[in-house]
Design a protein around this ligand. Sequence first.
Ligand code: XMP
Length: 322
Amino acid sequence: NWKMENFVSKKIEEIKNLVKNDKVLLGLSGGVDSSVVALLLYKAIGKNLIPVFVNTGLLRKNEETEVIYNFKKIGIDIVNVDAKEQFLTALKGIEDPEEKRKKIGHLFIDVFYNTAMDLLKKHGNIKYLAQGTLYPDIIESKVSERKTAVKIKTHHNVGGLPEKLPFKIIEPLRYLFKDEVRKIGEILGLPEEILNRHPFPGPGLAVRIIGEVTPESVKILQEADHIFMEELKRNNLYDKVWQAFAVLLPIKTVGVMGDYRTYENVVALRSVNSEDGMTADWSKLPYEFLNHVAKRIVNEVEGVNRVVYDITTKPPATIEWE
Ligand code: XMP
């Protein structure tokens, strides 16, 4: 860990010397990478860091409150952009997965750009944009530039954003791998909840709602997913799986509750073990655990009467359903 501690103090010095009294903008997602960048910058330049959090309305239940709270604890105030309505409106009537991904990607860039320009007017001396780019991201984008990779999904990231903005880029994690970033987060005192977070896709819950995204479908998925996460944590399984989540399917099935016939939605649970997300195996979660989660979802989430578990590996399936 000596090597990493050394890296941290060197990076902080380096950022201090580079930025001086200017301000740095950062897109904060609440994930590990951008959170570590936020802490590094905060240690280096304090209040001259301006972290921007965009609420797309496609986040997990309580995500916004938790991110704001976790950073407040450390002393970092976040610029919170409420773009929920904009994203929902943009997604109206769209069912195609790629179209959804593109809409979300473009809108995210627009929202971030407008916010950045407003902040620039307000502060004047924003000179840099910080990004949580890791080494694998660089390799991956080089590969896709050469077009040798088979493109399966348009990954949502802020590519295309830096060129539009009048800022210089800082990428303090550019030569690091994920496990190294986690170590740095640990050294910097990043809360456990952020450090051990499962990966979350840029387009968020939109790619976990098969078919059209509506305010109602977002709500149902958030509630079901929240129960799954809560039980994984409660049963010490959260840290043992690589990624887990719920998916809302665009079909209804018949059920029976008491003396009544129901005709409601289906939720699929997905949990995988993986090294890097490139290949994955489904988690052999205990039957009693799955049973308990399914019962809770059907009992507590209005509009769901059936829960299924995804037992497909990647390949041939992907981890996300869209
Ligand atoms: P797939 O579904 O391709 O996912 O097997 C592999 C890993 O990548 C995540 N993922 C994304 N991450 N933007 C991201 O930042 C995206 O658009 C995106 N799509 C999928 C997925 O959650 C899994 O961890």
